[in-house]
Ligand binder design. Structure first.
Ligand SMILES: [Zn+2]
Length: 352
């Protein structure tokens, strides 16, 4: 008999608060998590005005709190955040902002071995609850193993005040789970790659939840934010269960990363993943019209043009996609798509 040697650790967010004005509870939540006296708020200029200053006021009554204003999720900014935390002797971090501030706090918390709370001011992708961080360097962005937030405070009022485009992109990123899961299933069937059925089901349910509510997700409605937050958080938790981004990132994410290389900062990550997911679902032989319909209902882009790319750039991204992350096997196959096949796929799905 072969000795059993498998082992895995899973770390999850422990204290999750969603809803109207939940930010007001920040100091109580920190206390319930038994955080130490000194903390550092990691935020940006705009996000400081939209929620950071409020968190600062609420925390100052009971904690010795400092605020670090920072920018994009780059390695330079990460070093600065870590230096500020050390200087202030911070025993916890509060990330108040969009994806980049949360990514910076996630990595800094890991490197300094201290907890952090994710306080999103917008949700444009499924990273608010996950243990993955995306950091930018000269060679594009890299997805790194970090730690999940110990707490999440997702205030529907604050997130509703952010531009609606971010929320729609967050929804699209979660809908795109369906093709990531199709790829995972395919790798399991053809390459015997191990699959976690609990992570699979959670990621699938998150996407289905958004699709079935897609008619109710509209700009300016706090109720819409409420409907979206739980599946976005559940999607992040599915990565904590799987121990990788496999349940939420497949061929559609590779296409999105290829678009980032071809023309950086053109569209939001979630928007690109949504459009790519329409095409990858067709490639997988699934119901791609259902994905397109849901994205349209939500008001997320469904064409290359809406994203800001030409037909040629989109075809180029499709051809290039399989080289982005060769170790992750997907329906694109080892050889990837030919230009002819890529063009046909994009045309058949109305993306170009
Ligand atoms: Zn994503």
């Amino acid at each position: 008999m072969v000795a059993f040697t498998k082992r895995r650790s899973m770390v999850f967010p422990r204290s999750v608060h969603i809803g109207n004005n939940v930010i007001d509870d920040v100091a109580d939540i920190c206390r319930s998590l038994q955080f130490g006296k000194n903390g550092l708020i990691v935020t940006g200029g705009d996000t400081y005005r939209s929620a950071g200053n409020r968190v600062e006021d609420l925390m100052q009554e009971r904690y010795d709190i400092a605020t670090k204003l920072t920018g994009n999720a780059t390695f330079d900014n990460l070093r600065e955040v870590e230096a500020s935390a050390k200087e202030h002797n911070a025993s916890f971090l509060l990330a108040v902002g969009g994806g980049s501030k949360i990514d910076l706090a996630k990595m800094a918390a890991k490197n300094l071995n201290i907890p952090f709370i994710s306080i999103p001011t917008s949700v444009s992708h499924d990273g608010i609850a996950s243990d993955r961080a995306s950091l930018k360097s000269e060679n594009g962005s890299s997805s790194m193993n970090a730690v999940p937030p110990t707490g999440i405070i997702a205030d529907t009022r604050v997130i509703c005040d952010a531009p609606y485009r971010y929320l729609a992109a967050g929804c699209a990123d979660v809908i795109a789970n369906l093709t990531a899961l199709g790829d995972w299933e395919y790798a399991n069937r053809t390459k015997k790659e191990e699959i976690s059925s609990s992570a699979f089901i959670l990621a699938k349910h998150s996407a289905e939840d958004i699709i079935s509510n897609s008619n109710e997700i509209k700009p300016g409605l706090e109720e819409s934010v409420w409907l979206v937050l739980k599946p976005i958080i559940a999607s992040g938790v599915s990565m904590c269960i799987a121990g990788s981004s496999r349940p939420t990132s497949g061929s559609e994410h590779m296409v999105s990363h290829a678009l980032d290389i071809i023309k950086p900062d053109t569209a939001l990550h979630g928007e690109q993943c949504g459009v790519a997911s329409i095409m990858m679902m067709k490639l997988q032989g699934g119901d791609w019209k259902r994905i397109r319909e849901a994205l349209k209902n939500i008001g997320a882009p469904t064409t290359a043009k809406e994203l800001g790319f030409t037909s040629g750039e989109m075809v180029h991204a499709l051809v290039m996609a399989n080289t982005i992350r060769p170790e992750r096997f997907t329906k694109l196959g080892e050889k990837g798509l030919t230009e002819k096949k890529a063009e046909r796929l994009a045309k058949d799905t109305g993306v170009i």
